[in-house]
Write a protein that binds this ligand. Structure first.
Ligand code: FES
Ligand SMILES: [Fe+2]
Length: 377
């Protein structure tokens, strides 16, 4: 049997400053990056802040209109919002300049005596606008103007976001972490199931069918229920849950009356190039992650965990509901921590060899990821 082994990227690509600078400019400034959830921007004055390709960006709801700007005051360049999310007017904390939905500083304390700006002069001071678009449950921004629309960029992944949108009903955890590893090392840790029996032996592995079996059985390729679907430059992997995995999610579903998906049934894992994943377990528990580059050897991970709507709201709000949230949060934190530790180990290893990694057929999603990267860098 011929087996197609491929070569990974050269190790230097995981720490070299000039590669990193190119990535920011050619990948991160040009792709749609996740800002947060549409539900986090549902009300007037709801805002999110995010850093993309080295730029601080604020996304804000102005009476139902979602706008994004560079998060830099026109007066003396303070950040307009500091927190990662919240509800406040777009007003600078330094001297109180207040901005409208066009990014124009319409409220300037002491304008008459100190500046005497007329309407036109104020308009000329408008904040730099940034492209923002919403698809299904997610809000994306793009730093560089031009290029494909969000829907074009999502391609065949877009309908999946629509399909899964109802599951994003109930946000119960929103957190972040810093990993001392290149963003690609972090992404690669999510793109195969090969490591699951080793790195997640007692945590995640028992949730998956065959998850306790080492090596080739344990990957997201390629039998009846376990598949890899290429979605343009994005990809979708499905792994069947074990009986235990199904049973434990089933218990949450019935106890809390959760309206699970009829479409997603296994461990459904979406990767949106270059650095975002959406995971759905048993059509019920949703996790969204973005691995943001913070430097050649540091990654900022932001993640959200959600449950679908409940037909038993009293149960959902009860101590039993909170216990489920806590269990899922702890489980997710543990699995991510296991991935962080192994990723930081890989990062150190990259410095000690010039040989590229070898990728087996069960690491095809990593090879696809590398192909997309090579097209750009
Ligand atoms: S820097 Fe923003 S109001 Fe002065
Ligand atoms: Fe992992």
């Amino acid at each position: 049997m011929t087996v197609q082994i491929t070569q990974g990227l050269k190790p230097e690509a995981y720490y070299d400053q000039s590669v990193y600078d190119q990535e920011l400019q050619l990948i991160f400034a040009r792709t749609w990056q996740l800002a947060g959830l549409a539900s986090e921007l549902a009300k007037h004055n709801d805002f999110l802040t995010v850093q993309v390709a080295g730029k601080d960006i604020v996304v804000q709801n102005f009476d139902g209109k979602i706008k994004a700007f560079l998060n830099v005051c026109a007066h003396r360049h303070a950040r307009l919002h500091e927190k990662s999310c919240g509800n406040n007017p777009l007003r600078c904390p330094y001297h109180g300049w207040a901005y409208n939905s066009e990014g124009v500083p319409v409220g300037i304390p002491g304008n008459k005596p100190f500046f005497n700006f007329d309407r036109q002069e104020k308009a000329s001071l408008a904040l730099t606008s940034v492209d923002v678009a919403v698809r299904g449950p997610l809000v994306f921004v793009r730093v560089e103007k031009g290029g494909p629309s969000l829907d074009e960029w999502l391609g065949t992944c877009g309908p999946h976001l629509d399909e899964m949108a109802p599951l994003f009903a109930d946000l119960f955890d929103r957190d972040e972490a810093v990993w001392h590893a290149n963003w690609k090392v972090a992404v690669e840790s999510t793109l195969e199931g090969y490591h699951i029996p080793y790195v997640h032996k007692t945590s995640f592995s028992p949730m998956l069918e065959g998850g306790d079996e080492p090596a080739e059985q344990a990957d997201l390729v390629l039998d009846e229920d376990s598949r890899l679907i290429e979605l343009g430059h994005h990809s979708y992997g499905i792994a069947p849950l074990s009986d235990d995995g199904r049973a434990s999610i089933g218990r949450y579903v019935s106890r809390l009356g959760l309206q699970k998906s009829t479409h997603y049934k296994g461990y459904d894992h979406f990767f949106l190039f270059p650095n975002m994943t959406v995971l759905i377990s048993g059509g019920t528990v949703v996790g969204a992650q973005i691995y943001e580059p913070m430097g050649p050897e540091a990654t900022h991970l932001r993640f959200w965990m959600l449950l679908p709507p409940s037909t038993k709201p009293a149960q959902r709000a009860s101590a039993a509901g909170h216990a489920v949230e806590q269990k899922l949060t702890e489980f997710n934190d543990l699995v991510l921590e296991e991935d962080r530790i192994i990723s930081e180990s890989v990062q150190k290893g990259k410095h000690q060899t010039h040989r590229p990694a070898v990728l087996g057929t069960n690491e095809r999603r990593i090879a696809l990821f590398h192909n997309e990267w090579r097209k750009v860098i």
